[in-house]
Write a protein of this length. Sequence first.
Length: 497
Amino acid sequence: MADTASAPTPALTLARVRLGAGGPLVRLRVADGVITHVVPEAEAGTDERVLDLDGRVLLPGLWDAHVHLAEWASARHRLDLAGTTSARAVADLVRDRAGTPDDGTVLYGYGFRDGLWSDAPHKELLDAVSPGRPVALVSADLHAAWFNSACLALVGRGDHPTGLIREHEAHEVLSALPATPTEVLDGWIEDACRAAAARGVTGVIDFQFGDTVGDWERRSAQFRPAVRVSAAVYPSHLDTAVKRGLRTGDEVGARGALVRVGPLKLFTDGSLNTRTALCHDPYPGLEHTDGAHGIEQTSPAELVRLMRHAAAHGIEPAVHAIGDHANTVALDAFEAVRCRGRIEHAQLLSPQDLPRFAQLGVVAGVQPRHATDDRDVADRHWAGRTDRAFAYADLLAAGARLEFGSDAPVSPLDPWLAIAAAVSRTDDERPAWHPEQRLAVPDSLVAAARGRRLVRVGNPADLVIVDVDPLDADPHTLRTMPVHATMTNGRWTHGPY
Protein backbone atom coordinates (compact mmCIF):
# COMPACT_ATOMS: atom_id res chain seq x y z
CA MET A 1 0.00 0.00 0.00
CA ALA A 2 1.20 3.53 -0.75
CA ASP A 3 2.68 5.40 2.24
CA THR A 4 1.25 8.91 2.02
CA ALA A 5 3.44 10.10 4.89
CA SER A 6 6.74 9.15 3.23
CA ALA A 7 9.31 11.47 1.71
CA PRO A 8 9.56 11.80 -2.09
CA THR A 9 10.44 8.48 -3.72
CA PRO A 10 14.18 8.11 -4.37
CA ALA A 11 15.30 8.66 -7.98
CA LEU A 12 13.19 6.35 -10.10
CA THR A 13 12.81 5.61 -13.79
CA LEU A 14 9.41 4.66 -15.19
CA ALA A 15 10.05 2.43 -18.20
CA ARG A 16 7.78 1.37 -21.07
CA VAL A 17 5.08 3.93 -20.25
CA ARG A 18 3.00 5.76 -22.85
CA LEU A 19 3.34 9.53 -22.69
CA GLY A 20 -0.25 10.75 -22.69
CA ALA A 21 -3.38 9.35 -24.32
CA GLY A 22 -2.38 7.82 -27.64
CA GLY A 23 1.24 8.71 -26.94
CA PRO A 24 4.55 6.99 -27.66
CA LEU A 25 6.44 4.64 -25.38
CA VAL A 26 8.96 6.57 -23.29
CA ARG A 27 11.24 6.22 -20.31
CA LEU A 28 10.71 8.91 -17.68
CA ARG A 29 12.92 9.73 -14.68
CA VAL A 30 11.73 11.25 -11.41
CA ALA A 31 14.09 12.71 -8.82
CA ASP A 32 13.47 15.01 -5.84
CA GLY A 33 9.81 15.31 -6.75
CA VAL A 34 10.48 16.58 -10.30
CA ILE A 35 10.50 15.09 -13.81
CA THR A 36 14.17 15.21 -14.86
CA HIS A 37 14.24 13.23 -18.13
CA VAL A 38 11.79 12.02 -20.77
CA VAL A 39 13.31 10.00 -23.61
CA PRO A 40 11.94 7.56 -26.19
CA GLU A 41 12.01 4.02 -24.87
CA ALA A 42 14.24 2.91 -27.77
CA GLU A 43 16.93 5.41 -26.73
CA ALA A 44 16.89 4.62 -23.03
CA GLY A 45 20.09 3.71 -21.26
CA THR A 46 20.73 1.93 -17.98
CA ASP A 47 19.15 3.51 -14.90
CA GLU A 48 19.73 3.00 -11.20
CA ARG A 49 16.13 2.06 -10.34
CA VAL A 50 13.66 1.05 -13.01
CA LEU A 51 9.94 0.31 -12.79
CA ASP A 52 8.51 -1.39 -15.88
CA LEU A 53 4.94 -0.16 -16.48
CA ASP A 54 4.21 -2.56 -19.33
CA GLY A 55 2.79 -0.01 -21.77
CA ARG A 56 0.35 1.66 -19.40
CA VAL A 57 -0.64 5.28 -20.04
CA LEU A 58 0.91 8.11 -18.03
CA LEU A 59 -1.04 11.36 -17.66
CA PRO A 60 -0.52 14.59 -15.72
CA GLY A 61 -2.01 14.31 -12.26
CA LEU A 62 -5.69 15.22 -12.14
CA TRP A 63 -7.26 17.94 -10.00
CA ASP A 64 -10.65 18.52 -8.51
CA ALA A 65 -10.85 22.28 -8.90
CA HIS A 66 -13.95 22.68 -6.74
CA VAL A 67 -14.62 20.54 -3.69
CA HIS A 68 -15.98 21.03 -0.17
CA LEU A 69 -13.74 18.51 1.54
CA ALA A 70 -15.28 18.48 5.01
CA GLU A 71 -18.78 18.25 3.51
CA TRP A 72 -17.66 15.46 1.16
CA ALA A 73 -15.89 13.55 3.90
CA SER A 74 -18.96 13.90 6.14
CA ALA A 75 -21.41 12.95 3.39
CA ARG A 76 -19.63 9.62 3.04
CA HIS A 77 -20.88 8.86 6.59
CA ARG A 78 -24.42 10.27 6.31
CA LEU A 79 -27.82 8.93 5.25
CA ASP A 80 -27.70 8.87 1.46
CA LEU A 81 -30.71 10.64 -0.09
CA ALA A 82 -29.49 10.58 -3.70
CA GLY A 83 -32.10 9.41 -6.17
CA THR A 84 -35.10 10.07 -3.94
CA THR A 85 -38.05 11.23 -6.03
CA SER A 86 -40.32 12.79 -3.41
CA ALA A 87 -40.42 14.26 0.06
CA ARG A 88 -42.39 11.20 1.15
CA ALA A 89 -39.63 8.88 -0.10
CA VAL A 90 -37.08 10.82 1.95
CA ALA A 91 -39.27 10.54 5.04
CA ASP A 92 -39.44 6.77 4.53
CA LEU A 93 -35.62 6.55 4.54
CA VAL A 94 -35.48 8.67 7.68
CA ARG A 95 -38.01 6.37 9.38
CA ASP A 96 -35.81 3.37 8.68
CA ARG A 97 -32.73 5.06 10.18
CA ALA A 98 -34.07 7.41 12.86
CA GLY A 99 -34.53 4.88 15.62
CA THR A 100 -30.90 3.76 15.57
CA PRO A 101 -29.90 5.25 17.95
CA ASP A 102 -32.66 7.32 19.55
CA ASP A 103 -30.35 9.12 21.99
CA GLY A 104 -30.88 12.70 20.87
CA THR A 105 -27.94 12.75 18.48
CA VAL A 106 -28.63 14.51 15.19
CA LEU A 107 -29.46 12.28 12.24
CA TYR A 108 -27.78 13.84 9.22
CA GLY A 109 -28.70 13.08 5.64
CA TYR A 110 -27.40 14.41 2.37
CA GLY A 111 -28.31 14.50 -1.30
CA PHE A 112 -31.99 15.31 -1.84
CA ARG A 113 -33.04 17.25 -4.96
CA ASP A 114 -36.52 18.73 -4.67
CA GLY A 115 -36.56 20.72 -7.92
CA LEU A 116 -38.83 18.22 -9.67
CA TRP A 117 -40.80 16.81 -6.71
CA SER A 118 -44.59 16.93 -6.78
CA ASP A 119 -44.72 17.24 -2.98
CA ALA A 120 -42.88 19.76 -0.83
CA PRO A 121 -40.40 19.12 1.99
CA HIS A 122 -42.02 20.01 5.32
CA LYS A 123 -41.02 19.51 8.95
CA GLU A 124 -44.30 17.68 9.64
CA LEU A 125 -43.28 14.85 7.32
CA LEU A 126 -40.09 14.35 9.31
CA ASP A 127 -41.86 14.84 12.65
CA ALA A 128 -44.16 11.93 11.81
CA VAL A 129 -41.25 9.52 11.36
CA SER A 130 -38.79 11.00 13.88
CA PRO A 131 -40.62 13.04 16.52
CA GLY A 132 -37.85 12.93 19.14
CA ARG A 133 -34.54 12.60 17.34
CA PRO A 134 -33.28 15.78 15.56
CA VAL A 135 -33.05 15.38 11.79
CA ALA A 136 -31.00 17.64 9.47
CA LEU A 137 -31.05 16.87 5.74
CA VAL A 138 -28.81 18.80 3.34
CA SER A 139 -29.75 19.24 -0.31
CA ALA A 140 -27.47 17.93 -3.03
CA ASP A 141 -26.46 21.44 -4.12
CA LEU A 142 -25.68 22.54 -0.52
CA HIS A 143 -28.03 25.52 -0.91
CA ALA A 144 -30.90 24.24 1.24
CA ALA A 145 -31.52 22.12 4.32
CA TRP A 146 -34.61 20.41 5.68
CA PHE A 147 -35.10 20.04 9.44
CA ASN A 148 -37.65 18.42 11.72
CA SER A 149 -39.13 20.27 14.69
CA ALA A 150 -36.76 18.66 17.19
CA CYS A 151 -33.79 19.90 15.24
CA LEU A 152 -35.23 23.41 14.82
CA ALA A 153 -35.91 23.58 18.57
CA LEU A 154 -32.32 22.57 19.24
CA VAL A 155 -31.09 25.79 17.59
CA GLY A 156 -33.88 28.10 18.69
CA ARG A 157 -35.74 28.07 15.38
CA GLY A 158 -38.80 26.14 16.51
CA ASP A 159 -41.16 28.74 15.03
CA HIS A 160 -39.98 28.17 11.44
CA PRO A 161 -43.13 27.42 9.42
CA THR A 162 -41.88 24.64 7.11
CA GLY A 163 -38.44 23.46 8.20
CA LEU A 164 -37.08 23.92 4.66
CA ILE A 165 -34.47 26.67 4.86
CA ARG A 166 -32.37 28.00 1.99
CA GLU A 167 -29.06 29.76 1.37
CA HIS A 168 -27.29 31.64 4.20
CA GLU A 169 -29.98 30.92 6.79
CA ALA A 170 -29.59 27.19 6.16
CA HIS A 171 -25.82 27.43 6.72
CA GLU A 172 -26.43 29.37 9.94
CA VAL A 173 -28.72 26.66 11.29
CA LEU A 174 -26.35 23.86 10.30
CA SER A 175 -23.44 25.71 11.91
CA ALA A 176 -25.39 25.99 15.17
CA LEU A 177 -25.88 22.20 15.44
CA PRO A 178 -23.46 20.09 17.48
CA ALA A 179 -20.28 19.73 15.46
CA THR A 180 -18.55 16.48 14.58
CA PRO A 181 -15.50 16.25 16.88
CA THR A 182 -12.47 17.76 15.16
CA GLU A 183 -10.37 14.62 15.43
CA VAL A 184 -13.15 12.53 13.90
CA LEU A 185 -13.72 14.95 11.01
CA ASP A 186 -10.00 15.26 10.31
CA GLY A 187 -9.77 11.47 10.14
CA TRP A 188 -12.64 11.38 7.68
CA ILE A 189 -10.90 14.04 5.57
CA GLU A 190 -7.62 12.13 5.58
CA ASP A 191 -9.49 9.05 4.33
CA ALA A 192 -11.29 11.11 1.67
CA CYS A 193 -7.98 12.43 0.37
CA ARG A 194 -6.67 8.87 0.04
CA ALA A 195 -9.84 7.89 -1.82
CA ALA A 196 -9.33 10.84 -4.18
CA ALA A 197 -5.74 9.76 -4.86
CA ALA A 198 -7.05 6.30 -5.75
CA ARG A 199 -8.95 7.95 -8.62
CA GLY A 200 -5.86 9.75 -9.94
CA VAL A 201 -6.32 13.03 -8.06
CA THR A 202 -3.14 14.89 -7.11
CA GLY A 203 -4.68 18.20 -6.03
CA VAL A 204 -7.90 19.90 -4.97
CA ILE A 205 -9.19 23.42 -4.43
CA ASP A 206 -11.02 23.18 -1.11
CA PHE A 207 -13.94 25.62 -0.97
CA GLN A 208 -15.17 24.37 2.40
CA PHE A 209 -16.93 27.21 4.21
CA GLY A 210 -15.15 28.59 7.29
CA ASP A 211 -11.53 29.21 8.21
CA THR A 212 -10.28 26.79 5.57
CA VAL A 213 -6.68 28.00 5.66
CA GLY A 214 -6.53 27.71 9.45
CA ASP A 215 -8.14 24.29 9.38
CA TRP A 216 -5.54 23.02 6.93
CA GLU A 217 -2.68 24.53 8.93
CA ARG A 218 -3.88 22.45 11.87
CA ARG A 219 -4.41 19.30 9.82
CA SER A 220 -1.03 19.53 8.12
CA ALA A 221 0.62 19.20 11.54
CA GLN A 222 -1.31 15.95 12.10
CA PHE A 223 -1.07 14.24 8.72
CA ARG A 224 0.23 14.79 5.22
CA PRO A 225 -2.74 14.72 2.83
CA ALA A 226 -2.50 12.43 -0.17
CA VAL A 227 -3.25 15.40 -2.48
CA ARG A 228 -2.14 19.00 -2.84
CA VAL A 229 -4.62 21.37 -1.21
CA SER A 230 -5.42 24.92 -2.24
CA ALA A 231 -7.47 26.29 0.69
CA ALA A 232 -10.03 28.99 -0.08
CA VAL A 233 -10.44 32.20 1.89
CA TYR A 234 -13.94 33.47 2.74
CA PRO A 235 -14.80 37.16 3.21
CA SER A 236 -15.11 36.76 6.99
CA HIS A 237 -11.44 35.72 7.07
CA LEU A 238 -10.13 38.04 4.34
CA ASP A 239 -8.82 40.76 6.66
CA THR A 240 -6.98 38.17 8.76
CA ALA A 241 -5.34 36.76 5.63
CA VAL A 242 -4.34 40.27 4.50
CA LYS A 243 -2.86 41.10 7.93
CA ARG A 244 -0.83 37.88 7.79
CA GLY A 245 0.44 38.82 4.33
CA LEU A 246 -0.99 35.66 2.78
CA ARG A 247 -1.30 35.56 -1.00
CA THR A 248 -2.88 33.01 -3.31
CA GLY A 249 -0.28 30.29 -3.88
CA ASP A 250 1.63 30.81 -0.63
CA GLU A 251 2.57 27.61 1.18
CA VAL A 252 1.11 27.33 4.68
CA GLY A 253 1.14 24.74 7.41
CA ALA A 254 3.72 22.03 7.98
CA ARG A 255 6.66 21.97 5.58
CA GLY A 256 6.13 19.49 2.77
CA ALA A 257 2.39 19.09 3.36
CA LEU A 258 1.65 20.73 -0.02
CA VAL A 259 -1.02 23.05 1.40
CA ARG A 260 -1.31 26.49 -0.15
CA VAL A 261 -3.54 29.54 0.11
CA GLY A 262 -6.30 29.43 -2.47
CA PRO A 263 -8.69 32.05 -3.86
CA LEU A 264 -11.22 34.30 -2.14
CA LYS A 265 -14.67 32.73 -2.47
CA LEU A 266 -17.48 35.17 -3.28
CA PHE A 267 -21.12 34.62 -4.23
CA THR A 268 -23.33 36.41 -6.72
CA ASP A 269 -26.37 34.10 -6.58
CA GLY A 270 -27.83 30.80 -5.40
CA SER A 271 -28.47 27.58 -7.34
CA LEU A 272 -30.63 26.09 -10.09
CA ASN A 273 -32.36 23.43 -7.96
CA THR A 274 -33.51 26.00 -5.41
CA ARG A 275 -34.51 28.43 -8.20
CA THR A 276 -32.24 31.03 -6.61
CA ALA A 277 -29.71 31.27 -9.46
CA LEU A 278 -29.91 34.87 -10.71
CA CYS A 279 -31.29 34.96 -14.25
CA HIS A 280 -32.28 37.62 -16.77
CA ASP A 281 -35.60 35.81 -17.34
CA PRO A 282 -38.03 34.79 -14.58
CA TYR A 283 -38.53 31.19 -13.55
CA PRO A 284 -41.67 29.61 -15.06
CA GLY A 285 -44.56 29.85 -12.63
CA LEU A 286 -42.81 32.45 -10.46
CA GLU A 287 -43.22 35.42 -12.78
CA HIS A 288 -45.18 37.58 -10.33
CA THR A 289 -43.49 36.59 -7.08
CA ASP A 290 -40.56 37.91 -5.09
CA GLY A 291 -37.41 36.22 -6.27
CA ALA A 292 -38.85 35.40 -9.69
CA HIS A 293 -35.40 35.96 -11.23
CA GLY A 294 -33.43 34.31 -8.40
CA ILE A 295 -31.50 36.10 -5.69
CA GLU A 296 -28.59 38.51 -5.57
CA GLN A 297 -26.20 37.31 -2.87
CA THR A 298 -23.70 40.17 -3.21
CA SER A 299 -24.41 43.55 -4.78
CA PRO A 300 -22.28 44.50 -7.81
CA ALA A 301 -20.69 47.38 -5.91
CA GLU A 302 -19.78 45.19 -2.93
CA LEU A 303 -18.47 42.47 -5.26
CA VAL A 304 -16.12 44.95 -6.92
CA ARG A 305 -15.00 46.31 -3.55
CA LEU A 306 -14.15 42.89 -2.15
CA MET A 307 -12.41 41.76 -5.34
CA ARG A 308 -10.36 44.94 -5.53
CA HIS A 309 -9.35 44.69 -1.86
CA ALA A 310 -8.32 41.05 -2.24
CA ALA A 311 -6.49 41.52 -5.56
CA ALA A 312 -4.52 44.46 -4.15
CA HIS A 313 -3.08 42.06 -1.57
CA GLY A 314 -2.38 39.17 -3.93
CA ILE A 315 -5.49 37.08 -3.26
CA GLU A 316 -7.29 36.05 -6.43
CA PRO A 317 -11.11 35.93 -6.38
CA ALA A 318 -13.24 32.92 -7.24
CA VAL A 319 -16.79 34.09 -7.87
CA HIS A 320 -19.76 31.73 -7.65
CA ALA A 321 -22.12 32.51 -10.55
CA ILE A 322 -24.76 30.12 -11.91
CA GLY A 323 -27.51 32.14 -13.62
CA ASP A 324 -26.85 34.18 -16.77
CA HIS A 325 -27.43 37.50 -14.98
CA ALA A 326 -25.06 36.42 -12.20
CA ASN A 327 -22.35 35.56 -14.72
CA THR A 328 -22.75 38.95 -16.39
CA VAL A 329 -22.38 40.64 -13.00
CA ALA A 330 -19.28 38.57 -12.19
CA LEU A 331 -17.63 39.30 -15.55
CA ASP A 332 -18.44 43.00 -15.18
CA ALA A 333 -16.67 42.94 -11.82
CA PHE A 334 -13.59 41.29 -13.31
CA GLU A 335 -13.58 43.91 -16.05
CA ALA A 336 -13.77 46.68 -13.45
CA VAL A 337 -11.03 45.26 -11.22
CA ARG A 338 -8.78 43.85 -13.95
CA CYS A 339 -7.43 40.96 -11.88
CA ARG A 340 -6.81 37.27 -12.37
CA GLY A 341 -9.37 34.86 -11.00
CA ARG A 342 -12.11 32.35 -11.59
CA ILE A 343 -15.85 32.07 -12.06
CA GLU A 344 -17.21 28.96 -10.38
CA HIS A 345 -19.98 27.00 -12.15
CA ALA A 346 -20.81 29.34 -15.11
CA GLN A 347 -23.89 27.21 -15.74
CA LEU A 348 -26.10 29.54 -17.81
CA LEU A 349 -24.43 32.13 -20.03
CA SER A 350 -25.60 34.92 -22.29
CA PRO A 351 -24.05 34.53 -25.77
CA GLN A 352 -22.29 37.91 -25.52
CA ASP A 353 -20.54 36.81 -22.33
CA LEU A 354 -18.87 33.72 -23.84
CA PRO A 355 -15.81 35.54 -25.28
CA ARG A 356 -15.35 37.67 -22.16
CA PHE A 357 -13.79 34.79 -20.19
CA ALA A 358 -10.82 34.68 -22.54
CA GLN A 359 -10.70 38.45 -23.02
CA LEU A 360 -10.50 39.01 -19.26
CA GLY A 361 -8.33 35.97 -18.51
CA VAL A 362 -10.96 34.47 -16.21
CA VAL A 363 -10.88 30.71 -15.64
CA ALA A 364 -14.21 28.89 -15.94
CA GLY A 365 -14.32 26.40 -13.07
CA VAL A 366 -17.04 24.00 -14.23
CA GLN A 367 -18.55 20.71 -13.06
CA PRO A 368 -19.61 18.53 -16.01
CA ARG A 369 -21.53 16.07 -13.82
CA HIS A 370 -23.94 18.91 -13.01
CA ALA A 371 -24.95 19.01 -16.67
CA THR A 372 -26.04 15.37 -16.61
CA ASP A 373 -27.46 15.44 -13.06
CA ASP A 374 -29.49 18.62 -13.63
CA ARG A 375 -30.62 18.21 -17.24
CA ASP A 376 -34.26 17.60 -16.28
CA VAL A 377 -34.34 20.46 -13.78
CA ALA A 378 -32.76 22.75 -16.37
CA ASP A 379 -35.28 21.71 -19.02
CA ARG A 380 -38.08 22.74 -16.66
CA HIS A 381 -36.73 25.87 -15.01
CA TRP A 382 -34.56 27.16 -17.86
CA ALA A 383 -36.96 26.11 -20.61
CA GLY A 384 -35.98 27.53 -24.00
CA ARG A 385 -32.50 28.50 -22.78
CA THR A 386 -30.71 25.20 -22.30
CA ASP A 387 -28.79 25.57 -25.57
CA ARG A 388 -26.53 27.92 -23.55
CA ALA A 389 -26.52 25.93 -20.32
CA PHE A 390 -23.32 24.10 -19.32
CA ALA A 391 -21.95 25.38 -22.64
CA TYR A 392 -18.48 23.87 -22.39
CA ALA A 393 -17.82 23.49 -26.11
CA ASP A 394 -18.86 27.09 -26.74
CA LEU A 395 -16.62 28.32 -23.92
CA LEU A 396 -13.67 26.35 -25.26
CA ALA A 397 -14.29 27.59 -28.80
CA ALA A 398 -14.35 31.15 -27.43
CA GLY A 399 -10.88 30.62 -25.96
CA ALA A 400 -11.80 30.13 -22.31
CA ARG A 401 -9.67 28.01 -20.02
CA LEU A 402 -11.81 25.29 -18.42
CA GLU A 403 -10.95 23.57 -15.15
CA PHE A 404 -13.05 20.62 -14.05
CA GLY A 405 -14.30 19.98 -10.55
CA SER A 406 -16.98 17.95 -8.82
CA ASP A 407 -18.38 20.40 -6.24
CA ALA A 408 -18.29 17.32 -3.98
CA PRO A 409 -20.44 16.30 -2.28
CA VAL A 410 -22.80 17.70 -4.95
CA SER A 411 -21.29 15.06 -7.21
CA PRO A 412 -18.68 12.46 -6.22
CA LEU A 413 -15.02 13.44 -5.99
CA ASP A 414 -13.98 11.46 -9.06
CA PRO A 415 -12.48 13.28 -12.06
CA TRP A 416 -13.31 10.42 -14.42
CA LEU A 417 -17.02 11.03 -13.87
CA ALA A 418 -16.49 14.65 -14.90
CA ILE A 419 -14.43 13.66 -17.95
CA ALA A 420 -17.02 11.10 -19.07
CA ALA A 421 -19.90 13.58 -18.57
CA ALA A 422 -18.11 16.23 -20.62
CA VAL A 423 -17.44 13.74 -23.41
CA SER A 424 -20.84 12.05 -23.54
CA ARG A 425 -23.29 14.62 -22.04
CA THR A 426 -25.25 11.72 -20.54
CA ASP A 427 -24.79 9.29 -17.67
CA ASP A 428 -27.75 7.01 -18.34
CA GLU A 429 -29.38 5.33 -21.32
CA ARG A 430 -30.80 8.55 -22.75
CA PRO A 431 -29.21 10.28 -25.74
CA ALA A 432 -26.71 13.05 -25.13
CA TRP A 433 -28.23 16.25 -23.76
CA HIS A 434 -27.26 19.09 -26.10
CA PRO A 435 -24.60 17.01 -27.84
CA GLU A 436 -23.27 20.14 -29.55
CA GLN A 437 -21.66 20.98 -26.18
CA ARG A 438 -19.68 17.72 -25.93
CA LEU A 439 -15.91 17.95 -25.52
CA ALA A 440 -13.28 15.67 -27.03
CA VAL A 441 -11.39 13.34 -24.70
CA PRO A 442 -8.05 15.21 -25.03
CA ASP A 443 -9.68 18.55 -24.18
CA SER A 444 -11.46 16.99 -21.21
CA LEU A 445 -8.21 15.51 -19.89
CA VAL A 446 -6.56 18.93 -20.08
CA ALA A 447 -9.44 20.55 -18.19
CA ALA A 448 -9.20 17.82 -15.54
CA ALA A 449 -5.46 18.46 -15.15
CA ARG A 450 -5.74 22.27 -14.73
CA GLY A 451 -4.40 22.95 -18.21
CA ARG A 452 -1.55 20.45 -18.37
CA ARG A 453 -1.64 18.51 -21.63
CA LEU A 454 1.52 16.42 -21.24
CA VAL A 455 4.11 15.60 -18.60
CA ARG A 456 7.29 17.61 -19.32
CA VAL A 457 10.81 17.86 -17.94
CA GLY A 458 10.85 20.30 -15.03
CA ASN A 459 7.23 19.63 -14.03
CA PRO A 460 6.46 18.49 -10.50
CA ALA A 461 6.13 14.71 -10.47
CA ASP A 462 2.33 14.70 -10.17
CA LEU A 463 1.33 11.70 -12.27
CA VAL A 464 -1.48 9.24 -12.80
CA ILE A 465 -0.97 5.89 -14.51
CA VAL A 466 -4.03 4.20 -15.99
CA ASP A 467 -4.60 0.72 -17.38
CA VAL A 468 -6.68 1.81 -20.39
CA ASP A 469 -5.88 4.51 -22.93
CA PRO A 470 -8.67 7.10 -22.52
CA LEU A 471 -8.83 7.47 -26.31
CA ASP A 472 -9.84 3.80 -26.55
CA ALA A 473 -12.31 3.82 -23.66
CA ASP A 474 -16.06 3.46 -24.10
CA PRO A 475 -18.27 5.69 -21.89
CA HIS A 476 -18.54 3.10 -19.12
CA THR A 477 -14.79 2.48 -19.03
CA LEU A 478 -14.11 6.21 -19.04
CA ARG A 479 -16.37 6.65 -15.99
CA THR A 480 -14.81 3.70 -14.15
CA MET A 481 -11.25 4.18 -15.45
CA PRO A 482 -8.92 1.67 -13.75
CA VAL A 483 -6.21 3.75 -12.06
CA HIS A 484 -3.03 1.74 -11.62
CA ALA A 485 -1.06 4.25 -9.54
CA THR A 486 -0.91 7.90 -8.53
CA MET A 487 2.17 9.95 -7.64
CA THR A 488 2.13 13.42 -6.05
CA ASN A 489 5.33 15.44 -5.73
CA GLY A 490 7.39 12.34 -6.42
CA ARG A 491 5.80 10.07 -3.79
CA TRP A 492 3.32 7.31 -4.42
CA THR A 493 -0.09 8.13 -2.97
CA HIS A 494 -1.92 5.18 -4.52
CA GLY A 495 -0.92 1.91 -6.08
CA PRO A 496 1.14 -1.22 -5.49
CA TYR A 497 4.58 0.39 -5.13
